[in-house]
Design a binder for this molecule. Sequence first.
Ligand SMILES: [Zn+2]
Length: 456
Amino acid sequence: MKLLLRRTTVLLIFSLLLVFGLMAFTARYFSHASTWVQYPANRHLYEDGKLVSSGTVYDRTGRVLVKTVDGAVRYHENQAVRTAVMHATGDPHGNVVTGAQVAFRDRLSGWNIVQGAFRSSGRADSGRDLTLTLDAELCAVAHRELGGRRGTVGVYNYETGEILCMVSTPSIDPANPPDVQADPDKYEGVYINRFLSAAYTPGSVFKTVTASAALDHLRGIGEKTYRCDGKMHIGEDVVTCPSAHGEVTLEQALARSCNVAFAQITLELGAGTLQKYADQAGFNSRLEVDGIKTTAGRVDVSGAAGADLAWAGIGQYTNTANPLNFMAYMGAIANDGVRVTPRILGDEGFFSTVTSPPGEKTRVLSADTAGKLGEMMRNNTISAYGEENFRGLELCAKSGTAQVGGGKRPHAWFAGFLDREDFPLAFVVVIENGGSGTGVAGPVAANVLQAAVAAK
Ligand SMILES: [Zn+2]
């Protein structure tokens, strides 16, 4: 009996070890399998160190953006198109980590956690296909409009989250990559997708955040006026406007981008309220575009007072904004205060490895506040930017000319949305050191949006 008990105990210990071992392996399998399977010694996917089994990447209209034929990567036949979408597809050396060839490698190689790496047709190019939400022709228009300047253009459907246009410059022709090292100035940050991964001083586009807080928190803000004499002394500092705007309402202050009025509004709101509305608008947090994490814009006014706080409410101070996140905030204003997370993957396969649900919805403003702010942004176009420059678009927008110091020209911003049921589009344009938001980024937005409306 004693012997039997001892044997049972030993058997039990071995059984437990086996169970724990299996559990540990399963956990590691689910967290690491994707990395293991991509290991170049895996003969299922690689031959002589080259990826042989990779699917085709399409745009929303079925254009082939990149495919692998007999181990060789082939890009779109048109140079302008493949250069415009280079940050979406990736480059031949995998330098663009947010590009599909790197970010969605699992899906393209045909690997998934349930079925493993299978080569169904037995051909060398039997990976899975991927359809992006992008319109490659629209991307080419945006790339052309940026005209060799550094920056980014993004357009998305604020109801479904589909990104139609995502362009970052400088870019390269992935089929004929130049010697980037030979001209570091021309190709500065060429592998960075500025739309997803940059953060810029926002300047006056940020006034849409301050205005939303004012609509909710300042009594009688609809009728109230603020006096602008062209400058305002706050302690040692001076907040200035290009000229004296006189007595302005919140709506007029937004349309004329009056710094003096917004300085007063920000000081009335206080740091806590401004911080809350900045956080709600998406600052200080990263969005996930089908698993690709964006860079967070920053607003930190804890401990800021006086002129520092006033400048923060005008979009200067230490504020930075990520272009995609800011575009999503524009989309939230358009979409009754609900932000739909932008996405780039068109087909959601059954074996999706994507962690965040596509088109995730977050309320960032009340429907009432979003409606009022949207009307003010519509008024910006009519009374300041010129309806004739955006004919038929029903454009609601805000410009920004963000001071960056160091003797450099300001960043030109133009962001907003179309108030059209047939084209629920929000957009952002940033041109680094481009100059005036309205004068430089505005026309780029106009031409890209007209192309987007014409494309359907
Ligand atoms: Zn002013």
